[in-house]
Write a protein that binds this ligand. Structure first.
Ligand code: F0G
Length: 481
């Protein structure tokens, strides 16, 4: 980030870009928001975007593209097989990550499907710093299990640890000794989504992958959130501060056998990809591509998106560009903390994570506090976040709830999308809701899908707390939207 200080001393995440294309937004009145939420089954995934003022559901596929990306899309080489655009993308991947073999795919979970299909059979265990919903679902779908090895600090909501995504190396050694040949692979999510977009240090990656290598275990990096993690390594890891983002990227990449990413996050576009170091492994995996994704030179992506990824990956190497997301997140977290709202600290990447377990300490875990808070934040401000807690977990085989380690409401900050005043508005409404948190109650399912239930499940409020929020809003805000 360019070194620009304010005379006032204020810490403001100053944009190093300007807006040249805009989309008009609207904000329905609070009464309409309560109705929209009921119609969406108290699930923010099921809201219509026209009813949303600020969409902080995710940063996936909704980051703003640059002028350079838009320009590149105009010259994409459209062909089913042998597209020049593909070769450009493969060459960019090799330049930045040093891998010679690249499989394009339609998004991150497609890579997870191919990795799980290759390495998981019943009884196998995938070791991870922390799971991601889709990564875990592909492992369990095939009869495998996930073991999480993040350090204890990782799942503490309040901490000063700069790298909460780190693997506990003793726990890793213990798992390997106990499981032996059952270990399918070691997956490190670089920028750990479900614990609040928390980074992994380069030193921890070096040590963890060295232990895996000693035991012949395949190492996999999920690089979907690499961009934020690179910024945190550069700014928080003393030994790496003198290196460029490109140098750090290459050092990380050299540690892994497989790297995959969602290009809906990394690369400011849409799509995905997987790099594979070993040629024989590549040959065995590439046969799945025409079956599940598309031909080897597009993998289910539009060639225009592939052109955009080529440019977007380069932009992810630019410190001014990658600083903005984490700085905006830090701003939002710090302002909320000042107002007494419990958030995950230190601020990570991806967005601001509110600790719903503390915010709604009167709502039991089985009534989904983070889901209830997501619904309440939408009603209060037309701001859409995502539940990242018990609702996002699968039930235990006996049907009981698996209470999540962390019960979070994620307010994602898609890159280069929101202005400072919009973020201030979200802070204002969340703070108001916190003052009135006693009004918010729990949720219960009315329709519960058996897999990844958070996407499509429908719930209802226990009681009619949504209407109490509306009444309090009218009292406090008068005729404001
Ligand atoms: N890995 C991580 C760390 C992710 O955050 C995601 C997606 C995926 C894999 C799957 O990628 O969506 O392209 O298939 N995260 C989105 C989110 C859904 O909202 O955090 P995908």
């Amino acid at each position: 980030m360019a070194n620009i200080k304010f005379f006032s001393g204020e810490k403001t995440p100053l944009e190093m870009h300007k807006v040249r294309i805009i989309q008009k937004l609207s904000l329905p009145p609070v009464e309409a928001r309560a109705i929209a939420m009921e119609e969406a089954g108290f699930n923010t995934f099921l809201l219509r975007n026209r009813d949303v003022y600020l969409d902080m559901l995710t940063d996936s596929g909704v980051n703003a593209m640059s002028d350079q990306q838009q320009a590149a899309m105009m010259i994409a080489d459209d062909s089913y097989a042998g597209s020049e655009t593909f070769f450009k993308l493969a060459a960019k991947v090799e330049e930045l990550f040093g891998f010679q073999h690249f499989l394009p795919c339609h998004q991150g979970r497609a890579a997870e499907n191919m990795i799980a299909s290759t390495f998981i059979q019943p009884g196998k265990v995938a070791l991870m710093n922390f799971h991601f919903t889709t990564a875990k679902a592909h492992v369990t779908r095939l009869g495998g299990k996930v073991e999480e090895l993040v350090t204890k600090e990782g799942t503490k909501t309040t901490s000063t640890h700069p790298f909460k995504g780190n693997i506990d190396l003793d726990a890793l050694r213990e798992s390997i000794t106990r499981l032996g040949k059952q270990v399918a692979f070691l997956r490190i999510e670089v920028g750990t989504n479900l614990i609040g977009g928390q980074p992994v240090s380069l030193q921890n990656m070096r040590e963890a992958t060295a232990i895996a290598r000693e035991h012949g275990i395949v190492t996999v990096m999920d690089a979907s959130l690499l961009q934020d993690n690179l910024y945190f390594i550069k700014t928080r890891e003393e030994a790496e501060k003198g290196k460029s983002i490109r140098e750090i990227t290459r050092e990380i990449s050299d540690l892994f056998d497989i790297i995959y990413f969602s290009a809906r996050k990394l690369g400011f576009a849409r799509g995905g990809g997987m790099m594979i170091r070993d040629e024989a492994m590549f040959d065995s995996m590439k046969v799945m591509l025409p079956l599940f994704e598309g031909f080897l030179t597009y993998g289910g992506m539009s060639v225009r998106e592939m052109e955009a990824i080529v440019v977007g990956l380069d932009e992810s190497m630019d410190e001014d560009i990658i600083a903005h997301g984490p700085m905006m997140t830090e701003y939002m977290c710090e302002e909320l903390l000042k107002n007494g709202v419990p958030v995950v600290t230190p601020p990570g990447g991806l967005g601001c994570h509110i600790n719903a377990r503390e915010f709604l300490s009167h709502v039991p875990a089985e009534q989904y506090p983070a889901g209830a808070l997501a619904a309440a934040v939408y009603i209060a401000g037309g701001v859409r976040g995502m539940e990242r807690g018990t609702l996002s977990e699968e039930r235990e085989p006996d049907g009981s709830e698996h209470v999540a380690e962390m019960e979070l409401l994620r307010m994602a900050l898609p890159r280069r999308v929101f202005t400072h005043s919009q973020v201030r508005y979200a802070i204002d409404r969340i703070t108001w809701l916190h003052r009135n948190r006693h009004l918010i109650g729990g949720l219960e399912f009315i329709e519960e899908p058996p897999v990844l239930r958070f996407f499509l499940g429908r719930l209802r409020a226990k009681g009619d707390w949504q209407n109490q929020i509306v009444a309090q809003f009218r009292k406090d805000f008068g005729d404001s939207l």
